[in-house]
Design a protein around this ligand. Structure first.
Ligand code: SF4
Length: 767
């Protein structure tokens, strides 16, 4: 047949109309849709009843209320819970990504026993009965040999009942070696304990503050209870112009918080205490301090004489003689004029507030730095007042009965702690987790024979990862209670996987920094998705199977029974409403506020007289600036490496979910390559341009990274994103970037023994 152009066009249009109007293609499409819905690998939206359940997010210390939307039995969305006192309807990117953690491939589906070499990732699935029996046999054997003290336990830093259960287990079993992972609250608790006589974290009344002087706190980078702080930030910004709060950020890098602040003052890393004391100098010299508070409710502001007639210098004389703006300028790099202006503005503000805790505030730090910042709050009298600070209160719960130890437990528990906490040298601290790997590595004869790890990922998050890996090698038996296949689980011998936080009951106590006490309840939103068990149930079960006095210390049938018993008369409200809050709580008046030996706020901390004997007694009792030198000499390592923390990058026990990793700009991570920030002036000294490859080396390790030129970082300082460089989890997270913790060693705070690390000495080599 011959087809002319006109016939061809008519034929084509006719065919198109025919196909469109014919039911055949629509029927085929429909059939294909129905057919493909039955393919197991094609995601199909869930069908079923729509419901929502309220719970609490515990992916960080923020403790936000959440509402989980469900379709049938499947969670489909996590939102901030409206009306919840911490976050009132808002949520952060990590909380929103919680479903990727619940349903993602990182979950450990059942108990596992290592079948290959440590870290090789070869596992054998075993039954719960088998797994618990192996752990009990190992623990029983150690107890029988009189080596109960060689069992250690590392738990997350949270204060709920599950962590306490592990502590109780070790006490009943017979080991002093229970530690909680390091947190900024350790340093704050210590400072509050020494200066106020109440060892609790600091609660900040951010919402009512009118001048926020942040010593490196990443107020919009996840500091404290992140959503609560970000909401406070927007309150400061949306108040009318007269009431608008002023935010001043002090840190060596133009972080997001610094970029949104009214003023950013870059200072040399680690010199924050000197600046705080320089500000104190101006406030004291110009008599801008709160006289009523200082004169009546403080001790050690003025020089004083002890009962034996010995003379002591007070805070006033110390700051006036040693911290003049010119001297402080030499240390911090900030011009004297700016120091004077800042001090005046801070002291004259209606409700000034100084915050301590760099970045997310999740790292320990220098005790004297914390005390120096805290002394500023005292100078302006904003203690236990609106817009100020107070010791963080707690909702009380029932106290567990005392553990009755048998002879083995008494003798094991009485052995010296491996980390040295509580000894004369480290008198005031409960745990020194960063010292634990070092202690294990220093002792020849297998100091730890078994390690239990709960809600923590020390293999990744502890500083000096190489030493941590070496310590793990020396421990013959490691048990992980992790929900996810993180680095610590990857190097365990047995994994007893915990339920995900949306699958379990648990209590959550007042989120860090809040001034009104709250007790909240995590509840099972969905049934367990895998063959997992509540870590609380597992430890109770292990104790019961060990028998004798260990079993007797756990009289509860299971964790749920224990939780209800502990919550006492608050349980019904918790179950119904999800939380109990003492909304009308007011911190005590100054007359009753201080539980120190002087009954006053102590600038001069008498309890420190026995610490740090290398310094004159008066100096060691007063907040002062003391350089905490990182490892390595300046000639070989002329640069300073600091961590850069971000709300889009989880850097604690939880690995970053894919949704958060996707949100990272490609000046942080491109493919698997990590960028570090370098000032263009520093870069030009090394002949470096944007995107160049370098070797970054510290005394601890070296890593290949790319250069991102950034005017917002001080010359000679390099910032490395914190939260990448995982070797475990899945393809969405593993082997992306570099673990900053590997490059940084532990720098011990000379007075407390806590880790004062915020960076490392470094050098760069162009490749
Ligand atoms: S801030 Fe913390 S607690 Fe709140 S939603 Fe985010 S991860 Fe969860």
């Amino acid at each position: 047949m011959k087809l002319d152009r006109r016939t061809f066009v008519q034929f084509s249009l006719g065919s198109a109309a025919g196909i469109t109007l014919s039911p055949l293609p629509w029927k085929l499409t429909d059939d294909i849709a129905i057919w493909t819905q039955n393919w197991s690998w094609v995601p199909v939206p869930e069908r079923g009843e729509v419901s929502s359940v309220n719970s609490v997010c515990n992916l960080c210390p923020g403790g936000c209320g959440i509402t989980v939307r469900k379709v049938g039995d499947r969670c489909t969305k996590i939102e901030g819970r409206h009306g919840y006192p911490v976050n009132n309807g808002s949520i952060c990117i990590l909380g929103e990504s919680g479903l990727q953690l619940l349903y993602g491939p990182w979950r450990i589906p059942s108990p596992l026993r290592r079948a290959g070499k440590r870290g090789e990732g070869i596992w054998e699935k075993i039954s719960w009965e088998d797994a618990i029996t192996q752990v009990v046999q190992k623990l029983r054997a150690l107890r029988q040999k009189g080596e109960s003290h060689k069992v250690a336990c590392i738990s997350g830093p949270n204060s709920g009942t599950v962590s306490q259960l592990f502590a109780r287990f070790l006490k009943a079993y017979g080991s002093p070696n229970f530690v909680q992972m390091a947190s900024g609250r350790d340093t704050e608790e210590l400072a509050m304990g020494l200066m106020h006589g109440t060892a609790s974290p600091v609660a900040y009344d951010l919402e009512h503050a009118s001048f926020i002087l942040s010593f490196g706190s990443g107020l919009i980078e996840g500091w404290g209870s992140p959503v609560r702080v970000i909401k406070a930030h927007s309150i400061w910004r949306t108040r009318n112009l007269k009431e608008r709060a002023t935010v001043v950020q002090i840190e060596p890098r133009l972080s997001r918080t610094a970029a949104k602040a009214d003023n950013w003052y870059p200072v040399r890393p680690g010199t924050e205490a000197a600046l705080a004391l320089g500000l104190a100098h101006v406030i004291v010299k110009e008599s801008l301090y709160e006289h009523r508070f200082i004169d009546n409710y403080t001790f050690g502001f003025e020089d004083w004489t002890d009962s034996s007639g010995g003379n002591h210098i007070g805070f006033k004389r110390l700051v006036l003689t040693k911290y003049a703006p010119e001297a402080v300028s030499q240390v911090t790099g900030l011009p004297p004029r700016k120091i004077i202006d800042l001090a005046r503005k801070f002291a004259k503000a209606k409700r000034p507030l100084a915050t301590w805790g760099r970045g997310k505030g999740s790292r320990q730090g220098s005790l004297y730095e914390c005390m120096a910042v805290h002394a500023l709050n005292a100078l302006v009298g904003n203690i236990n007042r609106e817009g100020g600070i107070c010791p963080q209160p707690e909702v009380s719960t029932r106290t567990w009965p005392e553990v009755e130890q048998d002879e083995i437990a008494r003798s094991g528990f009485g052995m010296p702690r491996l980390d040295g906490a509580g000894t004369d040298r480290y008198l005031h601290v409960k745990y020194l987790p960063e010292r634990l790997p070092q202690a294990i590595n220093e002792q020849q004869a297998g100091a730890v024979q078994a390690l239990l790890v709960h809600e923590a990922n020390p293999y990744y998050t502890m500083l000096d990862s190489t030493a941590v890996a070496e310590a793990f090698e020396r421990i013959p038996f490691v048990v992980s209670f992790s929900t996810y296949l993180d680095e610590t689980a990857q190097h365990a011998d047995i994994i007893l996987p915990n339920h995900h936080c949306l699958e379990r009951w648990e209590d959550f106590h007042t989120p860090i920094g809040l001034q009104k006490p709250i007790l909240a309840l995590l509840r099972p939103v969905v049934p367990p998705q895998f063959d997992t068990r509540h870590a609380g149930d597992v430890i109770i079960n292990i104790a019961k199977r060990l028998g004798g006095s260990v079993a007797k210390a756990f009289p509860w049938k299971d964790y749920e029974t224990l939780l209800k018993w502990t919550m006492g008369d608050k349980w019904n409200t918790l179950e119904k409403r999800g939380f109990v809050q003492e909304a009308n709580y007011k911190p005590p008046a100054w007359e009753e506020a201080f539980k120190t030996s002087s009954g006053k706020f102590e600038f001069y901390v008498k309890a420190l007289e026995r610490q740090g004997a290398s310094q004159p007694q008066d100096i060691r009792c007063l907040p002062h600036y003391k350089t905490v030198e990182p490892e390595g000499d300046h000639a070989n390592y002329p640069l300073t490496l600091i961590p850069a923390e971000s709300i889009r990058l989880a850097n604690g026990a939880i690995g970053n979910p894919p949704f958060c990793t996707k949100a990272l700009p490609d000046t942080v991570l491109k493919g698997n390559d990590l960028f570090v920030e370098i000032n263009p002036k520093t870069a030009s000294n090394y002949g470096l341009s944007e995107g160049d490859s370098i070797i970054l080396e510290t005394p601890k390790a070296r890593a290949k990274v790319l250069v991102h030129l950034f005017e917002g970082i001080m010359p000679e300082v390099i910032a490395i994103p914190s939260g990448l460089g995982h070797t475990a989890y899945d393809e969405f997270l593993a082997h992306k970037g570099v673990n900053a913790n590997k490059l940084m060693g532990v720098v011990e705070d000379p007075v407390s023994g806590l880790s004062a690390t915020w960076g490392a000495r470094a050098r760069i080599i162009k490749v």
